[in-house]
Design a protein around this ligand. Structure first.
Ligand code: ISL
Length: 573
């Protein structure tokens, strides 16, 4: 008995609008730019577009700082352009999900502007304001604020530094788990929740098909705002504000008040949860969750802002955990990268000698796991990290703040070390402009000056050439997306891992009823021999898709040698 849902059968394409396509020459991608490329999306074969924020925003965190939830930022166009986009997508049977950013707003949102005015302003309790703490009572320090006073607790921002800023006007501190221009909303206040539910309904009534919910498991803060238990933690306080005390109540309420009336899809960004928690979130009505174990494996001793090594068995283990443990409750959102992460081919593949092969292998993985696959724009071309030579090329608030904080604590011996980390880690790696053409300046992204530099490899990596080359990463993505579409087995089948300790090969099956597909992926620069487990030896096998030319489409499973970064998907008889 399959619990069929349209969003389980979908392949999602993530559009980072600022970097997709610019039509008005201001160097920033816009909505008409996406409308121009709708056929590109249908040719690729995706079913859903997740649009990163396009709401009115001062842009301190590229739109994750929203000043008006019901208006389109001028940089991207206007509501008419947005309506054209929705209509154009729907005409092509592509759905649209919007980014829902409701842990915080911009400090330029009218609610915060009011809230800041006085302690008794009607909007004061829309945010989290507290008096400071006498410095002698606290075990942490802060440069900001009046003498002898420190923030109300020891929580820190994801972007580095304290999670509180002092406001002289009312002599209190406000909470911001991200940048100081992103004050956290007070979800304890029912008026705030109602505003948000009304806003969500408003968008659903405009015809959207769902929401990607930004840092949604951070919205409930404990009433006592207790200090984070571990002052040495990478983000102090995360133990208090992630999966907070009323989170399930709030999400169930959101479901009842808004989502229950629509056949909408929801995907929550949920760092720091395990499968048991994911199942609880599913019971709240959250369709699926982005989880982050597999994109933390290369963190070093200082977390994200230091580098560590990981092995293939660790990667397999992290992703297999999620493949195996949701059961009938909950559903995976399968992703290898997004606008906050390095490029997938640079992180998990080989972006030099085997860029094409390894990008195809990752496409195979993404589209043959159980869960809804998410493709970030440009990954279908095998776009790579950017070779940053200087911080002048960096735009991201997270990178710039964290580099500043790391420098303050003496983490880097020199700039070369810092830049090395930026090249591996900066969120801007995933945010450089989409590479449309190798012939035009700025890769055909804009006629003006792009807001962030174009990757210098655009002459080799671009849409025009990829479309013209039947062997390109792009055509391969089309094939694996198409394969998945036609297959209940690849969508709903059970996952089973083989050879968990193998250092080079990732081998798994998907099974539905009597049907089995075998996936063999060589995650290495070397030829590698696959000795099939006894279960498979001698079974008839048909190659469904692979990234090398393999002789003879019909074969039996036997010992075989895979080329570097070779991927094969077999249908077993
Ligand atoms: O970037 C990160 C890890 O790679 C995180 O610290 C990230 O900020 C976190 O995953 C939350 O991300 C989301 O909310 C942020 C926004 O900056 C990100 O772009 C968004 O995806 C604040 O709204």
């Amino acid at each position: 008995d399959i619990d069929r849902q349209w969003w389980k059968e979908a392949v999602v394409y993530q559009i980072y609008p600022r970097s997709f396509k610019d039509t008005d020459g201001d160097g920033v991608g816009d909505l008409p730019g996406i409308v121009d490329e709708l056929d590109y999306l249908s040719d690729l074969g995706v079913d859903v577009v997740w649009l990163n924020p396009v709401y009115e925003s001062p842009g301190a965190d590229n739109g994750y700082d929203i000043a008006d939830y019901r208006a389109i930022d001028d940089q991207f166009g206007d509501m008419g352009d947005w309506e054209d986009l929705l209509e154009g997508l729907h005409d092509r049977d592509i759905k649209l999900i919007m980014d829902l950013v409701v842990n915080h707003t911009s400090d330029e949102h009218e609610w915060f502007v009011e809230s800041q005015k006085s302690r008794d302003n009607p909007y004061r309790d829309y945010y989290i304001w507290r008096e400071g703490r006498p410095a002698e009572e606290a075990e942490y320090e802060c440069d900001e604020g009046p003498d002898g006073e420190v923030p109300p607790n020891n929580w820190q921002s994801f972007f580095g530094g304290p999670a509180w800023s002092y406001d002289e006007r009312t002599e209190e501190w406000y909470l911001h788990i991200f940048d100081e221009k992103q004050p956290d909303l007070n979800w304890e206040n029912p008026a705030v929740r109602k505003e948000i539910y009304d806003m969500m309904t408003w968008w659903l009534e405009k015809g959207i098909d769902g929401f990607r919910m930004d840092v949604i498991n951070l919205i409930s803060k404990p009433a006592d705002l207790a200090d984070g238990a571990d002052p040495e933690a990478l983000v102090v306080g995360a133990d208090r504000f992630m999966n907070g005390p009323r989170i399930h109540e709030f999400l169930s309420e959101m479901h009842e008040e808004v989502l229950a009336d629509y056949d909408a899809m929801t995907v929550g960004e949920m760092a720091a949860i395990d499968a048991e928690q994911a199942r609880e979130y599913a019971r709240d009505g959250m369709n699926m969750a982005f989880t982050f174990d597999h994109v933390r494996l290369d963190f070093g001793p200082n977390g994200r802002w230091s580098h560590g090594e990981f092995t293939l068995p660790e990667l397999k283990g992290a992703m297999t955990y999620w493949q195996e443990s949701l059961g009938d409750e909950g559903w995976n959102a399968v992703f290898l990268g997004n606008h906050d992460e390095p490029r997938i081919v640079s992180r998990f593949g080989n972006d030099e000698a085997y860029r094409v092969e390894s990008a195809k292998l990752l496409a195979t993985l993404l589209n043959t796991l159980q869960g809804t696959p998410y493709i970030l724009q440009g990954d279908e071309l095998g776009m790579t990290n950017y070779p940053f030579e200087s911080l002048d090329e960096v735009r991201d608030v997270d990178t710039l703040n964290n580099v500043r904080v790391a420098r303050e604590r003496g983490q880097f011996t020199d700039d070369a070390e810092m830049l090395d980390l930026v090249r591996q880690r900066s969120r801007d790696n995933a945010r450089t402009p989409m590479q449309w053409s190798g012939e035009e300046t700025h890769a055909g992204f804009t006629d003006g000056e792009p807001w962030i530099p174009v990757n210098p490899n655009y002459q080799a990596v671009n849409v025009a050439d990829a479309r013209a080359d039947a062997e390109s990463v792009w055509h391969y993505y089309r094939r694996v997306v198409d394969l998945r579409h036609g297959s209940d087995l690849l969508t709903y089948g059970d996952y089973q891992l083989y050879l968990p300790d193998h250092e080079e090969l990732w081998v798994y099956t998907r099974t539905l009823g009597d049907d089995t597909v075998l996936v063999v992926l060589n995650f290495s620069d070397a030829e590698t021999t696959f000795e099939p487990p006894a279960d498979f030896v001698g079974r008839d096998a048909t190659l469904l898709v692979g990234n090398y030319d393999v002789e003879g489409a019909v074969d039996t499973v036997e010992s075989t040698t895979l080329q570097p970064w070779e991927a094969r998907v077999y249908d077993l008889d």
